[in-house]
Design a protein around this ligand. Structure first.
Ligand code: CA
Length: 231
């Protein structure tokens, strides 16, 4: 399972966007809408990492960060602060509040995910999510490498991403539309049958020399990694 991330953010549009994208990356996400809720949620969900907005109602992000750092049981939780550009950014740099990293709004999702993985790599390497495994297949996101058994599997970027999505939820059937959304993005127009073409390429690269096909085609539904694999 991926790392559990608590998002403390009062702007719902941002917290929903974060939850959607981080879940796509294989993280588990909980949301708190202000500092007070955040404190309760930290105790309840025991997150592996906190994404903490600087400007929050009730208890500010800075205050919450200080409180967590002052308590033995929460002192070690990694915290990434979200700040607005400009004055806040300058002020937060001048304060030693004990955050592990700062990300300035507006941020790109890929940059934020990279920062999250970097912080987790230091604090909880097993949870950084750099490496996914399924049976004899190992996918290394950081090195952009896939191995099957002892063999390197050479994939194009689309096939790599497709395998990554399937490996996040072995056994789950993804429809072609869901795969389009997750691999190509939801505002890109690509024909549904394009998915079949890339699944075909992925299979060809993965399965050589009589390897069993780990991808299951579910008639009229989509594709899944075969949860009965290997026998
Ligand atoms: Ca805010």
């Amino acid at each position: 399972m991926g790392a559990r991330i608590l998002v403390v953010e009062d702007e719902e549009a941002i917290s929903q966007l974060l939850a959607y994208n981080l879940e796509r990356e294989g993280f588990r996400v909980d949301i708190a809408r202000d500092g007070e809720e955040g404190l309760v949620a930290v105790a309840e969900t025991r997150p592996d990492l906190l994404l903490l907005d600087w400007m929050l109602p009730k208890v500010s992000g800075v205050e919450l960060c200080r409180q967590l750092r002052a308590r033995g049981e929460t002192r070690e939780i990694p915290i990434i602060m979200l700040t607005a550009r400009g004055e806040e950014e300058d002020r937060i740099r001048g304060l030693d509040i004990g955050a592990d990293d700062y990300v300035t709004k507006p941020f790109s999702m890929s940059e934020l995910v990279a920062r999250i993985r970097a912080v987790l790599r230091r604090t909880a390497p097993a949870l950084a999510g750099d490496v996914a495994t399924f049976a004899d297949i190992v996918l290394d996101r950081q090195a952009c490498r896939v191995r099957r058994g002892k063999r390197d599997v050479h994939l194009g970027p689309t096939e790599f991403r497709l395998l990554d999505v399937l490996m996040q939820r072995p056994g789950r059937v993804f429809s072609r539309e869901q795969l389009l959304d997750r691999v190509w993005g939801h505002d890109v127009y690509v024909e549904v049958r394009t998915v079949d073409v890339h699944i075909g390429r992925l299979r060809k690269a993965l399965n050589t020399a009589g390897d069993r096909d780990p991808i299951r085609t579910v008639r009229s539904s989509g594709y899944a990694l075969d949860e009965t694999y290997p026998d």
